[in-house]
Design a protein around this ligand. Structure first.
Ligand code: HEM
Length: 344
């Protein structure tokens, strides 16, 4: 699967090259959204979406739609969180019908083709087909979740890493030096082992995920009455609790001067000195993100490819200080983040 992922990088380079040639600022989240859409398309469903090349791609259009809720969608979601049983009774949809119909049909067609033509490929959908006890609908639903949960979170992470590194050229160069040194050790090949060897890369990504958690809030249902230690407050069984990831990540007790981007917070010593739950970008417990490793892998491959080939700056079109979009499921900057790039 790692090879499938690396095979998507030439299109990313080609796209950034074209911006460099035309000396145009880059809406970096859009470019990276295409990159991760292509990766998930290939790794999960086994299809070449080619969204990096095809500006009018339906895959990108529906992917984008899935993450731009209308105010009515947001009201529906709030209602469903507050009254889950009523939402079920009313059959309230959380995903737009045209979006889910498009992807479900795509997966159904792929499964049908593979089964009828006895075709096999090393990807996620094949693992599900090989289980032999899932219906086509169940396979389609799993792939859909994988797709929805997998592309926007990683492209958001890469976007904020590049934004912060564009503001701090010294840190950008430090990470580039690590990438070049590690890749030289692996004869210039971007292998799984090389990516795992990039320790400073880990620190940079963890710090960006602290400052900009793509999913800023978790929710859990309390399964037994719970008294908060040292307080008189009891959370009753059945209560839905929101865990403010964003708030924890900006708590000065864990992270002094939390507004400052400092990857050293995540060196081995500093990491050990904090409570494990002070960093929750992927959630925790039995429902922790199942795509954690895959998400980090595509994020690292994307960043290593970009920083090896380009220098980035914040373009004047970026609205600073950043403000965040209200109508978005995933953390996103108002007006988008625009970067200038120079080929190295
Ligand atoms: C940097 C990238 C990513 C971030 C920050 C992220 C974050 C999260 C968070 C916060 C949750 C909720 C966890 C909880 O409630 O404790 C979650 C759940 C989930 N994620 Fe991710 N995710 C990322 C990438 C991915 C990828 C690449 C995939 C799949 C390819 C994926 C699939 C899922 C799924 C299926 C769930 C639901 C798990 C469950 O409810 O059991 N995620 N993710």
């Amino acid at each position: 699967m790692f090879k499938i992922l690396v095979d998507c990088t030439p299109d990313l380079i080609e796209r950034i090259d074209s911006f460099c040639r035309e000396k145009k600022p880059i809406d970096i989240k859009e470019v990276l959204g295409c990159f991760t859409t292509d990766i998930i398309g290939s790794c999960a469903i086994g299809l070449q979406f080619n969204t990096s090349k095809d500006k009018n791609s339906l895959f990108r259009e529906y992917g984008r739609k899935a993450f731009t809720p209308t105010y009515f969608d947001l009201i529906k979601m709030s209602f469903a969180m507050a009254f889950p049983r009523l939402a079920l009774a009313f059959k309230l949809r959380m995903t737009r019908k045209d979006v889910s119909d498009f992807f479900l049909q795509l997966v159904r067609d792929t499964v049908k083709y593979r089964v009828e033509n006895n075709y096999s490929r090393k990807d996620f959908i094949q693992l599900l087909i090989d289980l032999q006890n899932l219906t086509n609908e169940e396979i389609a639903a799993q792939c859909f979740v994988f797709f929805i949960a997998g592309f926007e979170t990683s492209s958001t992470t890469m976007t904020f890493v590049l934004y912060e590194l564009s503001r701090r050229q010294d840190l950008q160069q430090k990470l580039r030096n690590e990438i070049n040194t590690v890749l030289a050790k692996y004869d210039g090949h971007m292998t799984y082992e090389a990516i795992q060897d990039m320790k400073y890369m880990d620190q940079v990504i963890n710090e960006a995920l602290r400052m900009y958690p793509p999913v800023p809030l978790l929710s859990r249902k309390c399964v037994k009455d719970y008294k908060i230690p040292d307080q008189e407050i009891i959370i009753d069984k059945g209560t839905t609790v929101c865990i403010p990831i964003w708030g924890i990540h900006y708590d000065k007790d864990y992270y002094p001067e939390p507004e400052i981007f400092d990857p050293e917070r995540f060196n081995e010593d500093n990491k050990k000195s904090r409570h494990h739950y002070a960093h929750l970008p992927f959630g925790e417990g039995p429902r922790i993100c199942i795509g954690l490793r895959f998400g980090l892998m595509q994020t690292k491959v994307g960043l290593a490819t970009l920083l090896q080939n380009y220098n980035f700056w914040v373009a004047g079109r970026t609205q600073e200080p950043l403000k965040y979009k209200v109508a978005s499921f995933i953390l996103a900057a108002e007006g988008e983040i625009w970067l200038d790039a120079e080929k190295l």
